[in-house]
Design a protein around this ligand. Structure first.
Ligand SMILES: NC(=O)c1ccc[n+]([C@@H]2O[C@H](COP(=O)([O-])OP(=O)(O)OC[C@H]3O[C@@H](n4cnc5c(N)ncnc54)[C@H](O)[C@@H]3O)[C@@H](O)[C@H]2O)c1
Ligand SMILES: [Zn+2]
Length: 364
């Protein structure tokens, strides 16, 4: 089992470990990290994950000889809401969950974001651990402590930075994941390769056959490398004051495409096109050479993710959505670009004309 430590500068007590392995839920003592703090556990999971893994995890947690309850929320993004938060909180009160209790987020990014948010505000905060079950949650949302829910006005508008006590990544959960959810996670891993690690990029190029078949040892390597990149960046910039923004590579255009397509493009697809867009802008502005740009496009194609904007999405609408990005500073849009594979930087200086031209070239 691989272990990665996330050391946060604020205080030692905020640091935690990520455990990665095949079938770690089946092992003795996996939850000992938090056992000392807990008088009881509450597993928060969703309606698709619960029938698959709820009972198994509950059985394992029961071995700690503490009471364990399960709260199920409906699967899907619509559960990332204030309504869900209030509903779950009322159940916690009924269960007499105290500050000594520990919440366990068992599920994808939705369950992780909602559980982390509740843990950060319930009784002025109680501990929680993450057991991410989607590839996206394993390589992205479970690491870094961003929590939150959506509002009708937009995604993730209400949230906190609140770190888990531990993250347990069991790769055996990936076996039941749909192709769409596997692709969503892969797009984020490709992102880490492009913006974070040239070796990871080459690994993705060379091992694509096995990765597409979800080969466990290749997946372990991919998930471990991805978590390490994210953990290193989060350690340096927990609250996204600067550096952490490079993790948004491909997401400025990606988020706009997701929204303008009315979410018919799923996140991984939108981010894939967004990464091609960011690479193309990097090339147009003479930061990235043509060969590297082509390698990026080829890698994304290789994993059957899209590289072009589907017909029917309006350029003006895409541009307008990007202008509302909550990461814009003083109305100025910040783009994450690359100088070469593995060398990202953030710039507010991409002319609107270049963005528009790029979108038009990627259309159709
Ligand atoms: N906090 C962060 O830093 C961060 C980062 C990226 C994304 N996010 C958030 O994460 C969310 C997306 O996460 P997601 O893609 O994991 O979505 P999700 O949680 O909705 O999971 C996708 C689907 O897969 C099902 N599922 C989960 N694990 C499964 C398994 N092992 N086998 C079969 N089915 C399984 C779920 O029930 C759900 O239907 C978004 O809300 C996004 O905003 C947060
Ligand atoms: Zn993403």
């Amino acid at each position: 089992m691989e272990r990665i430590r996330v050391t946060l500068e604020k205080s030692y007590k905020d640091s935690y470990e990520i455990f990665i392995g095949e079938d770690i839920m089946g092992r003795e003592g996996w939850i000992t990290t938090v056992k000392n703090h807990a008088d009881r556990y509450v597993i928060i999971t969703d309606s698709e994950v619960n029938p698959l893994y709820g009972e198994m995890v509950r059985e394992k947690v029961r071995e700690t000889a503490r009471p364990v309850d399960v709260i199920e929320i409906p699967a899907g993004e619509s559960s990332k809401s204030v309504t869900t938060v209030l509903d779950v909180v009322r159940q916690l009160i009924r269960l007499k969950v105290s500050r000594k209790s520990v919440l366990i987020a068992l599920g994808g990014g939705v369950v992780g974001d909602v559980t982390g948010f509740i843990a950060s505000i319930y009784m002025r905060s109680i501990p929680y651990v993450q057991i991410p079950t989607t590839l996206l949650a394993q390589v992205d949302s479970s690491v870094g402590g961003k929590t939150g829910v959506d509002l009708p006005e937009g995604k993730n508008l209400l949230g906190t930075f609140y770190q888990p006590k531990a993250v347990y990544i069991d790769l055996s959960f990936l076996k039941t994941l749909s192709d769409k959810d596997f692709a969503n996670g892969l797009a984020e891993i490709i992102k880490y390769g492009i913006m974070g690690d040239h070796n990871l990029f080459e690994f993705l190029e060379h091992e694509s056959d096995g990765i597409k078949k979800r080969n466990p040892s290749l997946m372990k390597s991919l998930v471990g490398r991805s978590c390490k990149i994210k953990a290193d960046i989060v350690e340096m910039d927990e609250k996204e004051l600067g550096l952490r923004r490079i993790l948004n590579f491909g997401h400025t255009l990606g988020h706009a495409l997701e929204a303008v397509s009315d979410y018919t493009l799923f996140h991984g697809e939108a981010v894939s096109i967004g990464m091609v867009g960011a690479a193309k802008i990097s090339h147009t502005l003479d930061y990235l050479n043509n060969a590297s740009y082509q390698r990026i496009v080829d890698l994304i194609k290789h994993y059957h993710l899209p590289t072009r904007i589907p017909a029917g999405l309006d350029t003006a609408q895409i541009m307008a959505f990007m202008a509302t990005d909550k990461k814009a500073v003083g109305g100025q849009l910040h783009f994450v670009l690359v100088k070469k594979i593995g060398a990202p930087f953030v710039t507010p200086e991409v002319p609107a004309g270049v963005v528009k031209e790029t979108i038009e070239e990627l259309q159709g």
